[in-house]
Design a protein around this ligand. Structure first.
Ligand SMILES: C[S@@+](CC[C@H](N)C(=O)[O-])C[C@H]1O[C@@H](n2cnc3c(N)ncnc32)[C@H](O)[C@@H]1O
Length: 344
């Protein structure tokens, strides 16, 4: 189209010249009386005809040229579009193949593994639930508790670790039990001591609000002659740097205010269930070095949540620093490690 427009100007010019010649010729010839009027008209007609033929020929030539150009453009554009579509299609096929391969991998590999893990976890949960139910029933029958007892598990100790504690209370008949972290367990241990016929529990609690809640709970079970909940805020201690495997661990810089423990002596059983993990690494480590000098020869330390790597590492440190101790790993849903003197 552009070439057609480009060619229009010379064409118009030629037509104008021809028209001018056709108009001027009869006049000029007539003025000079070189031809008759009839001859002049015929000559003019011939000139005009020749001009028209020339203009039509030029127009036809330009039209053909522009048609050829247009067809070339259409061909090029068609090729570009076809190539682009082909490339896109190839990429789409490749992407589909990759997705199909990924789906196949998930189906044949990841899904069976995931389903196996889920089945395993459900089975484990079912076993745990059953074992905790059994332990709860055994505890409440053995301890002759009130019908409505503070719930266990979750933030509180689980029935299975309480069963371990009750076993040691029955066996050791301790005069003094110390518990780090008060709550539901304070009540259950209170019942165990009452059944054992003596002994008291000092439950050490860093959080004043929970200490008050625990006191209320203990009182509601009529155990305040056996269980004392002491508030001991976490205060600064010197952190240590210890090596655990390939890791350098900087330990927690807070522990219970030791002044609150100063009067405790003749401790026969210690339940280490605090401070909370968020206090820092190896948060429960200080319990044993702090209390050991105030314990009986047959003292037993029960460390809860021992399935956690940090608690296991705390136990490792205790054993390394006290070769006279040995560790028994009790079967419990959160892990319970029991430390006592060898041969006692
Ligand atoms: C690991 S929990 C265990 C407490 C206790 N040994 C037991 O088994 O019930 C440790 C902390 O939980 C907090 N706690 C006490 N009573 C609580 C309650 N009713 N709800 C949530 N947390 C509580 C206290 O700060 C306590 O030191």
């Amino acid at each position: 189209m552009r070439s057609l427009r480009r060619g229009r100007r010379p064409l118009l010019l030629a037509a104008a010249v021809v028209a001018l010649a056709a108009l001027v010729a009869p006049t000029v010839l007539g003025v000079f009386a070189l031809v008759t009027v009839a001859e002049a008209v015929i000559a003019t007609g011939l000139v005009a005809l020749a001009g028209a033929v020339a203009v039509l020929g030029a127009a036809a030539f330009l039209l053909r040229r522009s048609m050829r150009e247009m067809s070339q453009v259409v061909k090029t554009q068609t090729r570009t579009v076809t190539e682009t579509l082909g490339r896109d299609r190839l990429e789409t096929i490749r992407a589909l193949d990759a997705t199909r391969a990924r789906v196949n991998r998930i189906q044949s590999d990841a899904l069976p593994k995931l389903s196996q893990r889920i089945t395993g976890a459900i089975a484990k949960q079912g076993r745990n639930d059953y074992e905790q139910q059994v332990a709860w029933n055994e505890l409440s029958r053995h301890l002759d508790t009130a019908p409505f007892m503070p719930p266990l598990r979750g933030w509180a100790a689980s029935p299975d670790v309480l069963r371990v504690l009750v076993h040691h209370i029955d066996h050791l008949r301790p005069d003094l039990v110390v518990e780090f972290g008060s709550g539901a367990s304070s009540v259950w241990i209170g019942y165990a001591l009452r059944r054992a016929g003596g002994g008291r529990l000092v439950a050490v609690e860093h959080d004043a609000r929970y200490a008050e809640l625990s006191r209320t709970l203990v009182a509601s079970h009529g155990l305040d002659d056996i269980v004392e909940v002491r508030t001991a805020p976490l205060t600064g201690i010197e952190p240590a740097t210890v090596t655990v495997g390939d890791e350098e661990v900087v330990t927690a810089d807070r522990w219970y205010d030791a002044d609150v423990l100063a009067d405790l002596d003749g401790i026969g059983l210690v339940f280490v269930d605090g401070p909370p993990k968020a206090t820092g690494r190896h948060a429960r480590y200080p319990a044993l070095p702090a209390l050991m000098p105030h314990c009986t020869e047959d003292v037993v330390f029960v460390l809860d949540d021992a399935d956690r790597p940090d608690e296991r590492a705390v136990g490792d440190r205790w054993l390394a620093e006290h070769p006279e101790l040995h560790r028994t790993e009790e079967h419990a849903e959160k892990g319970a490690h029991v430390f006592s003197r060898k041969g006692v």
